[in-house]
Design a protein. Structure first.
Ligand code: SF4
Lengths: 638, 341
């Protein structure tokens, strides 16, 4: 940390990173505030990672703990992997927001509180017996009390906004203040406010004034001794955008359909946290994207199957209970052997569970959640931007192998964002739909809808409208080749094996799993094997172990069925394997069963992603190392 | 697809090589024959024709058609057909379903397909029983029906499929029966020509589990007295001498009266194009069940934008306004920044 004197009245402290959490009522606009702070930081050149955390209720009773909505952002001058284990700055708009989040703040952290929100009634609603701002309970923090509501209402009055409405701009005041405190450029945010509220001049004016008032308050009030500066991160050269997992996933689907020359059809029923994919795709009709908000989850996938039969790229998106409802139709697609992408944004279960909280607990459901022998390929995204290429990969497998594919993302990836270096569009993979052509003149042989490609075992995709390929498909068992209904026992066994072999055979098209092991593959005493959104926390935990001078390896799976061809070899090369998962141990069961390795499970099901420190602790334990004896050689951040 | 003339075909061209496996004497045979004999007349191509079905006896239908077809899962055919219809407006899509398939497990899909006015032709084979699972009562079985699953009689009020379709905002609603090929073909032809969802209820005899369910109205000798033909623009009359007619009571209810008693001008003139479905609904309630005079024919046929076409128009409009999709621009749409090397 170095101190410079760039600022006229305040000194500026250089930080390598900071984790800020904005917290308020669900109606306070904290998600918007956090998202824009992130965007401004990304534009400034920082690496960023975010963790939105909001209640399932749209508007839980104001001022209560249940209604607290928070947005955590990690900004840094170097590449980071997680939204940060613990915030060092908490912006609390009311007592409930303080109470719900204070436990997470690092010792000695900064609290910026909207002191106007700390009236007796609000304190009582949050369950405070005494005012924490005056009772000394916050002594270990640096507390800044700012009258955000009253200052916002004052500038609102100048703008001519009714007092009731003026109060609603206070999140922009907070945004302005934090932007000043962390030396963020104001132009991008002012520009964004201008665009976002273009439709209502009064609101636009009020929000702009509130933002400026917050910024100026920092500058003029004799409250803060210094401002902070987090310099741009040395990111790989290129053009970047900030993207959430759901947006990246939607774009990946569009890109895949575009590159394949297939019309994109989405059948979907609104469900948290998957709905944003439906929203995003519905915007892009000029790409030929058709979206159907179906009457239920079953119709969503049914319509996607119908579209696939007609030669479109059929997709359905869902979460939680929705994936249960789609099970029957996925089985139909397995039998029909048509391309289909089923996107499951995992959330806490069982049943309605925790709709807005993340979990990785649908892996075994994706794998086995259908009656009969019903193999389905599974891919999983690891970071928000990785959702883009994972969507493209799901389409590749679906189209090449004529099969439904389940794509697993989760609530953390869906709503979290990160800077994404844009790929070269011309270099994106293109999959050939290879529709079955109409038979030529004198081509006497009857069309065989279940004849298979010798290499992929895929059957022909023969779309209606093609003369000479008229055929009937369905959920009844087919005769191998002709596709006629067949109850023949031996044929059934052959078909069960063929379908299983086809899916297993996808492995031949997969790259070997990458192992991050500094000393070369097989050299570290422990391999951490992960899948999906644990990527950031595991990679950060691994960094911490290495900073202690210890060796550990990390492999992360995108393909969960089939596994990459070298996975067994990789696992057997390590004396110990640790599998962290946000479930009770699902991947660990699969690898133990498949490879007979004594992999250990590390689980967490709190609706929150792993922290790097938790991964670090579990690795140390497995290594038999006392955390105190090997202090990190350098300060590492995640 | 070529734009040469549609080839001349016969029933044989539309029949697949699969052996038809319904019970001998099943009403499904005559419906299949009616469709196979009608299709050569409709000016359509086999490769552009798709039959989609769910599960049940009727759902085997696609296997017997030498067209594209999908025998899907129970109740889901309207949903599957919706996805196909909106992405392939060039196709001619038929949904074949039964009373259990369409009105029980698939009720939700049926009503929403009708509401959306997707361009599909739905043939509902109503035999008032579950045949494939060997004889349980269905959502159209009469109250008190004794079946394997209701040994003491069914407690449930049946659906009236015509009333249901009208309530679901269907733009084309008709009824026919398996004993009259000419009438079936006339109704199927009109249903096929309709733009949007066309719903046809077909009274179909299941001679194994519910034999004679419609005998009292569709039997050769019963028809004149018990089937009320609906003809657009004509007074609603029936009987061997057209001596009965449908009149509106002062309280708005419809009832059957003798033409001689009420006078010809009192007889209701059928108007299938009325915007308000109220009268069509009242007609659908005229008979309490297939044991008293029952209207057959087209109850309602109105124009409303077809769903797939409306969706296509939105796509065209968007492309016109914003130009064709540009991936590069899409990825940059959220704002970008550049990191120099
Ligand atoms: S059970 Fe009834 S409906 Fe089914 S095929 Fe036999 S007769 Fe026809």
């Amino acid at each position: 940390m170095s101190t410079t004197a760039e600022h006229p009245r305040h000194q500026t402290v250089e930080l390598d990173r900071v984790v800020i959490r904005f917290a308020g009522d669900s109606g306070d606009g904290m998600q918007l505030t956090g998202t824009q702070f992130t965007a401004a930081s990304s534009l400034f050149g920082n690496d960023t990672a975010t963790l939105p955390d909001f209640p399932a209720e749209i508007r839980a009773p104001a001022g209560t703990l249940a209604g607290v909505s928070a947005f955590q952002v990690h900004i840094s001058d170097h590449d980071i992997l997680t939204p940060g284990d613990a915030p060092s700055v908490l912006v609390a708009m009311n007592p409930a927001a303080l109470k719900a989040n204070i436990g997470a703040v690092t010792a000695g952290g900064i609290l910026i509180v909207n002191v106007d929100g700390f009236d007796d009634r609000s304190l009582e609603k949050a369950g405070y017996a005494s005012n924490p701002l005056t009772d000394g309970s916050l002594a270990s923090y640096t507390v800044y009390e700012v009258p955000m509501t009253s200052l916002t209402m004052e500038v609102g009055k100048e703008a001519g906004v009714k007092p009731r409405d003026a109060e609603r701009s206070k999140n922009f005041f907070a945004l302005g203040l934090v932007s000043w405190l962390y030396s963020r450029p104001v132009e991008p945010t002012l520009e964004w406010i201008g665009k976002r509220f273009a439709a209502d001049a009064l609101v636009l004016d009020a929000n702009t004034r509130a933002f400026r008032a917050g910024y100026n308050f920092g500058e003029t009030a004799e409250l803060f001794e210094s401002t902070y500066q987090v310099r741009p991160a040395p990111l790989e050269p290129g053009t970047y955008t900030n993207v959430t997992g759901n947006t990246a996933l939607a774009w990946g689907l569009i890109a895949a359909s575009h590159r394949a020359g297939l019309g994109l059809f989405l059948g979907s029923y609104p469900i948290t946290p998957a709905s944003d994919i439906l929203h995003e795709l519905s915007k892009h009709k000029h790409f030929g994207v058709r979206t159907l908000q179906a009457e239920d989850e079953i119709a969503g996938i049914g319509a996607a199957i119908g579209a696939a039969f007609g030669g479109s790229l059929g997709v359905t998106t869902t979460s939680g209970p929705g994936i249960d409802l789609k099970a029957e139709s996925i089985g139909l697609a397995v039998s029909l052997e048509l391309p289909l992408v089923v996107v499951d944004i995992q959330r806490g279960g069982p049943s309605t569970g925790l709709p807005t909280k993340t979990e990785q607990s649908d892996l075994l459901h994706a794998m086995y959640g259908r009656h009969g022998e019903s193999p389905v390929p599974i891919v999983a995204a690891r970071t928000p931007s990785h959702c883009f290429e994972t969507a493209m990969e799901a389409v590749r497998i679906a189209v090449t192998y004529r099969t439904p594919v389940i794509l697993l993302s989760d609530g953390y990836l869906a709503n979290g964002s990160e800077p994404w270096r844009l790929p070269d569009v011309a270099g994106l993979p293109a999959v050939d739909p290879a529709f079955a052509p109409a038979p030529g003149e004198g081509d006497g042989r009857a069309f065989q809808p279940y004849e298979r490609d010798p290499e992929t075992l895929a059957r022909p995709w023969a779309v209606p409208g093609t003369p000479g390929l008229e055929h009937r498909i369905g959920g009844l068992e087919k005769a191998d080749g002709s596709g006629d209904v067949s109850y023949d026992p031996v044929n059934h066994e052959r078909m069960v094996h063929l379908r299983a072999k086809k899916v297993a055979g996808i492995a031949a098209s997969l790259p070997p799993v990458d192992v991050d092991d500094e000393g070369g593959p097989g050299s570290a005493p422990v391999l951490v094997l992960g899948w999906g959104s644990t990527y950031g926390a595991i990679a950060a935990g691994v960094r911490r172990i290495r900073a202690r001078g210890l060796a550990v390896a990390h492999a992360h799976l995108t393909h969960l069925n089939p596994f990459p061809p070298n996975l067994g070899e990789v696992l057997r090369a390590y004396p110990a394997v640790l599998v962290p998962e946000a479930n009770l141990g699902q991947l660990v069961r699969l690898v133990r069963a498949e490879f007979l390795v004594d992999a250990r499970s590390l689980t967490k099901v709190q609706g929150q992603p792993f922290r790097a420190a938790e991964i670090e602790a579990a690795i140390l334990e497995l290594l038999g190392v006392d955390p105190a004896t090997t202090a990190p050689k350098e300060d590492v951040s995640s | 697809m070529t734009d040469t003339a549609v080839p001349v075909t016969t029933r044989k061209d539309w029949s697949s090589d699969q052996e038809v496996r319904w019970c001998p004497g099943c009403g499904d045979y005559s419906i299949l024959a009616a469709v196979q004999m009608l299709l050569p007349d409709l000016g359509v191509r086999r490769e552009d024709t798709v039959f989609v079905s769910g599960i049940g006896c009727a759902a085997r239908f696609p296997y017997y058609m030498n067209t594209y077809g999908m025998h899907s899962i129970h109740g889901r055919a309207p949903a599957i057909a919706t996805g196909l219809a909106v992405t392939r407006p060039d196709l001619d899509i038929w949904v074949v379903t039964g009373d259990g398939d369409a009105l029980s497990i698939g009720g939700n899909h049926l009503i929403h397909a009708l509401r959306r006015n997707v361009d599909i032709t739905i043939l509902l084979f109503n035999n008032q029983i579950y045949g494939l699972t060997k004889g349980q009562y269905s959502p159209t079985s009469e109250q008190g029906k004794v079946t394997k699953s209701t040994p003491f009689g069914s407690l449930e009020t049946p659906f009236n499929p015509i009333s249901l379709a009208l309530g679901a905002e269907a733009t084309f609603v008709a009824r026919t029966h398996d004993m009259d090929r000419k009438h079936m073909q006339e109704i199927f032809r009109r249903a096929h020509a309709h733009r949007g969802s066309a719903f046809v209820e077909i009274y179909q005899n299941c001679n194994v589990f519910n034999d004679g369910a419609f005998e009292r109205i569709t039997g050769r000798d019963a028809r004149a007295e018990h089937l009320i033909p609906l003809v657009h623009g004509e007074p609603i009359r029936f009987g061997p001498e057209a001596e009965h007619g449908v009149v509106a009571s002062p309280d708005g209810r419809l009832r059957i009266a003798e033409v001689a008693e009420v006078g010809e001008e009192a007889i209701l003139v059928h108007d299938e194009q009325r915007e308000d479905p109220g009268l069509a609904f009242a007609l659908s309630r005229l008979a309490r069940g297939p044991f008293e005079p029952t209207p057959i024919g087209v109850f309602r046929a109105v124009d409303r934008p077809e769903y797939g076409e409306a969706m296509s128009r939105q796509l065209l409009d968007a492309a016109e306004r914003r130009g064709p999709g540009d991936l590069e621009a899409l990825l940059r749409s959220g704002g970008t920044w550049t990191v120099e090397s």
